[in-house]
Design a protein around this ligand. Structure first.
Ligand code: FBP
Length: 559
């Protein structure tokens, strides 16, 4: 029962009673499982360079937990720290709950602390003891508000040293990092550093990000993707119905997904709007911004000729970085901004900033910069996050597209090729979905990820990510284990320098989900095949409450 009932909604109170289902293999904790180790692994690319940088944690085997008897396990009480890192994703609190329950199941004296405000909490030694009493109010809730999150990157030798010292001050045996590709890169570097220093402490990562771009054969999806896409799909479905009722607006909906277009593809499947842009396809076809706009205009004109001056278009926020000329511009700006940080930050006006970067850009890129609308030009120059990423959530790509579409349509109108009326409305759905109450899938998945992480830590593994597999099967049949973090790494240029990072998983244009999309999208263009998925269902028929994403379903259909 919720402790602070006066502060909780009816749904919160009901939801607090939900008991996540554990995979069978985890039910008896370490006493009921054997640990199977596979062969030594390699990084996804740049093997020699990654191996050189991770001398102590490279090549670890994949670990699988199977039902059986664990003969080697020593039950000594330990203290674990957890940190939530990067953007919020539904289910973070259940990771903490799973970790807490997993630790307590094995030994009541095991304890858990949470570093506050993300990795900066480790550096400033700001933490809080996780207690059963307080945790009760956060089980099955969205958000990261129990211990909050942050985007600090741990990268300098001073920062690694204070991480080591602060873990020692707190007497912590293990650190669990809940994060996306960048945060888990941090986890891999801390694991390597501690090993190199001869310190016997474990570091385990948990795959989190609504963007869905932290995935591979073992990490079938990152947590939060399921809930966030269900929330966005409800909203987009409602807009589809409104558009079809009023029949007077073109809705340009930008969706979160910093790099990959997984969110947009999934919402596309669930709502079947008229146009769905996929950044990865735009890049593969080397489409310029003008070509992308031509494609949109083509559909608008066709629908207008059929008497339909309305429609819905989905735009992934990361699309901007996939358009070749803008990708080149952003990459050049990354270097300029990182090499001239102080000088640039002393410039006050937008005009001065634009002039400053234009002088340093090539002629071609400087011309492009000058062509961009003022708002967009200022957004592409905005401050990078500590991992060197441009803040695409602040770039209003949908407005740029509308401006260009409007221009082309008026040219067509002048030439008598278009007689319709173009009225547009913009939407951006991102923050609306990141802290939603986790779906049953995410509530179970995150709890299992946390519980499984407890088993990895208690078995003494370090430099691993907690993985749960076979996610379209019933929860009790999910398989669990640990995946070496270095296996997912490659070398990339960040803030102008080569860095080891976990490679992002983009939409695979040869993969089943994208193929399903291309089979259907023409139908969606001219017709009104809209679907209205409605809100997430927590109670009721299992077909609805246990439904996984379409992406996962397509990926796991037997070939
Ligand atoms: P993570 O990869 O850290 O989970 O965050 C992803 C994301 O939600 C993106 O979709 C979005 O572009 C970004 O965070 C927004 O960042 P911020 O929270 O710093 O505004």
């Amino acid at each position: 029962m919720l402790k602070k009932q006066c502060n909780a909604s009816e749904l919160q109170i009901e939801r607090a009673k939900f008991k996540p289902v554990l995979p069978e293999v985890l039910k008896n904790g370490l006493n009921g499982m054997t640990i199977v180790k596979g062969k030594s692994t390699k990084s996804i690319a740049d093997q020699e360079k990654v191996k050189e940088l991770f001398k102590n944690t490279y090549g670890l085997p994949i670990v699988t937990f199977k039902k059986g008897k664990n003969k080697t396990f020593k039950n000594k009480a330990i203290k674990v720290a957890v940190v939530l890192s990067g953007g919020q994703a539904p289910g973070g609190h259940n990771v903490i709950a799973g970790l807490f329950d997993g630790l307590k199941k094995i030994n009541k004296k095991n304890t858990l602390i949470g570093y506050l405000g993300g990795p900066s909490g480790i550096l400033n030694n700001k933490y809080q003891k996780i207690t059963a009493d307080v945790l009760r109010d956060y089980r099955n809730t969205g958000g990261f508000d129990y211990i909050q999150s942050g985007r600090t990157k741990i990268e300098t030798s001073e920062q690694f040293c204070s991480t080591k010292d602060n873990l020692a001050i707190c007497n912590v045996n293990a650190l669990v990092v809940v994060g996306g590709d960048d945060s888990n890169t941090n986890a891999a570097m801390i694991a390597e550093y501690l090993k190199e220093q001869g310190i016997d402490k474990c570091v385990i990562g948990i795959p989190k990000t609504i963007d869905g771009d932290l995935k591979n054969k073992y990490i079938e999806t990152s947590f939060g993707f399921d809930t966030a896409t269900k929330i966005y799909s409800e909203l987009v479905g409602n807009i589809c119905r409104d558009a079809n009722s009023a029949r007077k607006y073109w809705h340009f909906v930008r969706l979160m997904g910093r790099s990959a277009s997984h969110i947009t593809l999934e919402v596309g499947f669930k709502t079947q709007p008229n146009i769905v842009l996929i950044g990865e396809e735009i890049l593969a076809k080397n489409m310029t911004l003008s070509k992308v706009v031509d494609g949109i205009v083509d559909v608008i004109v066709k629908r207008s000729k059929a008497g339909k001056d309305f429609g819905i278009i989905l735009v992934p926020e990361g699309v901007i970085e996939f358009i070749p000329e803008i990708k080149e511009l952003i990459s050049a700006l990354n270097d300029i901004l990182s090499d001239n940080k102080d000088e640039f930050s002393n410039l006050d006006s937008m005009e001065d900033k634009k002039e400053f970067v234009c002088k340093k850009l090539s002629e071609k890129l400087s011309a492009l910069m000058l062509e961009l609308p003022v708002g967009i030009a200022s957004q592409v120059m905005s401050e990078r996050d500590p991992h060197g990423n441009v803040s695409v959530s602040l770039i209003e790509t949908e407005k740029l597209l509308i401006e260009m579409v409007r221009k082309k349509l008026s040219e067509l109108k002048r030439d008598g090729q278009y007689t319709g009326k173009f009225s547009s409305i913009t939407h951006f759905f991102g923050y609306e979905g990141r802290c939603g109450m986790p779906s049953n899938f995410d509530a179970n998945y995150t709890y299992a990820l946390g519980y499984n992480a407890a088993m990895l830590v208690l078995s003494g593994f370090t430099g691993y990510m907690s993985y749960i597999q076979h996610l379209t099967k019933p929860t009790k049949n999910w398989e669990c284990g640990g995946l070496p973090l270095t296996m997912m790494m490659n070398i990339e240029k960040r803030s102008g320098k080569e860095k080891p990072v976990i490679q992002k998983a983009l939409v695979d244009l040869k993969g089943r989900p994208f193929k399903e999309f291309t089979k259907n999208r023409d139908k969606w263009t001219i017709g009104e095949n809209y679907l209205f998925p409605g809100p997430i269902q927590y109670f009721g028929p299992k077909d609805i409450t246990e439904m996984t994403t379409k992406t996962l379903q397509y990926e796991q259909i037997k070939k």
